[in-house]
Design a protein around this ligand. Structure first.
Ligand code: NDP
Length: 436
């Protein structure tokens, strides 16, 4: 039974995801642009044809990488790396790793984001004056997907080899199963020429490109129809969320993405390809499917979305503050209810950490996930209920976060043992208070 579970977790599931996800990334674009945002129209395109010819036809609709797409993506990557290196920021420390290392970062993510978005706005105005528009990226997005689909797996191969033969820290290693090692990664905090790879792929590329694409989609929509409130509401909520992300980037360095997930296909390919294609799919959909919501619905959705973003942010911040002050702070006006949980590093050294069992962390063990799902729903609802396609992201996110809550329970159970059991008894629900 254990062998079957191992085979599933370490080989079949990773292989399945690595085969499936590149198609999904392409399908999101194809359905938005060629199928009126409808999965049934999409299926109709390939009805009656054998599965493999449908797949070949689908990939054949995508134009190959062009000089334009390669230059834009390469130029943007170089820009991001330069900003990462040059912009000032406080030196912050990540959490202690299982091998006893402490990663160090320059906290310049918010500045990086502001400089990039401001530069994009200036470029947009300059291009518009000349009669051009950055919305050409929407028009030629298939070339960008093709470029990402070729370069990102190659980048993951490089990361696999780097972690295996030239690791940056002792938090590296292989399991001996190539499929799993490639998928999961061989190194926790790889750095190349001092550039932290996960900060680059997750924050400076993935999250920033998501924000830029939302702006490009909104611009395209404006060029086509003028002001459309559904696009406005969806774009504003996504941009507030992404801005919040960069404001809190220091806290992101203590999340599962960074402290647990290694730099492999799962997280790096995900941030390089999946975030631009899948996460930005709602606004991509709205370009061709505008909806007029009216002022009442627009305001209601906008306010609910902002509330959810605030809850998500405050929950993440609460954990960070309680740990940062060693529990000497107030949570919702009261002294926090905490467990001082002991755990051991791989070298046997004993350490202590704090588990917060009040405030947002007393409602459910991952109440922040509920707010995350709700806010994604808020920026999707402006598309109304004509098609399932725009809901793909929020459906995916729900599965991802439920799965993650189980993963985190396993991870924390292994790390904290009886202290985690005690916390689970105090806070019995994973994500939704009283329900789940
Ligand atoms: P959490 O922020 O919930 O972090 C979990 C970690 O926090 C645990 O591994 C543990 O780490 C520590 N922890 C767990 N319980 C407690 C507690 N009661 N008190 C103190 N520390 C605790 O999860 P994520 O890292 O997954 O999420 C971070 C943010 O990113 C969230 O806002 C989430 O919604 C968002 N997110 C967004 C995704 C997206 O694709 N849009 C995907 C995933 C997350 P330790 O070992 O340090 O104890």
């Amino acid at each position: 039974m254990k062998r079957v579970k191992g085979l599933w977790n370490k080989t079949v599931f990773p292989l399945f995801l690595m085969i499936l996800t590149p198609h999904v990334a392409l399908i999101m674009w194809y359905v938005s642009v060629h199928c009126e945002g409808s999965y049934s129209v999409f299926l109709g395109h390939f009805a009656g044809k054998p599965f493999y010819t449908s797949i070949i036809e689908l990939w054949a609709t995508m134009r190959p990488p062009s000089q334009f797409s390669v230059l834009v993506l390469f130029g943007f990557s170089v820009w991001s790396v330069i900003l990462m290196k040059l912009l000032p920021g406080k030196i912050i420390k990540g959490p202690l790793t299982p091998k006893g290392n402490i990663p160090v970062y320059v906290d310049n993510g918010f500045l990086n984001y502001i400089v990039t978005m401001a530069t994009f706005s200036i470029i947009t105005v300059l291009l518009k004056v000349q009669g051009f528009s950055p919305s050409v990226i929407y028009d030629r997005f298939d070339e960008f997907i093709a470029t990402l689909q070729i370069f990102s797996p190659l980048f993951c191969v490089l990361l696999y080899l780097k972690g295996r033969y030239w690791p940056s820290t002792t938090d590296n290693g292989v399991s001996g199963n190539f499929i799993f090692d490639f998928y999961w990664g061989t190194e926790l905090y790889p750095r190349i020429f001092g550039i932290d790879i996960k900060v680059f792929t997750n924050c400076r590329f993935g999250m920033t490109v998501w924000a830029l694409l939302v702006c490009i989609h909104a611009l395209k929509s404006f060029e086509l129809y003028g002001f459309v409130d559904s696009m406005f509401v969806s774009a504003v909520l996504q941009l507030i969320y992404i801005t919040k992300f960069f404001w809190w980037e220091g806290g992101y360095m203590s999340t599962i993405d960074i402290m647990v997930d290694r730099a492999g296909y799962y997280i790096c390919w995900g941030c390089l390809v999946y975030v631009p294609t899948f996460y930005a799919s709602v606004s991509m959909y709205l370009v061709q499917q505008p909806v007029h919501l009216g002022i009442t619905w627009s305001s209601l959705i906008l306010l609910t979305g902002i509330l959810c973003i605030a809850v998500n942010y405050l929950a993440d911040l609460q954990k960070q503050e309680v740990r940062g002050t060693g529990g000497k702070c107030l949570v919702w006006g009261k002294r926090p209810n905490i467990i001082r949980a002991k755990y051991q590093l791989e070298n046997g050294k004993e350490k202590e950490s704090i588990l917060l069992a009040s405030g947002w962390w007393g409602l459910a063990r991952h109440f922040n996930y509920l707010a995350e799902i709700m806010l994604a729903l808020c920026w999707t609802v402006p598309s109304l209920f004509v098609n399932i396609m725009p809901y793909s992201y929020v459906i995916f996110l729900t599965f991802l976060l439920i799965h993650r809550s189980y993963r985190d329970d396993d991870k924390c159970g292994d790390k904290y043992g009886s202290f985690w059991v005690e916390y689970c008894q105090m806070v019995p629900h994973r994500i939704v208070p009283l329900l789940f």
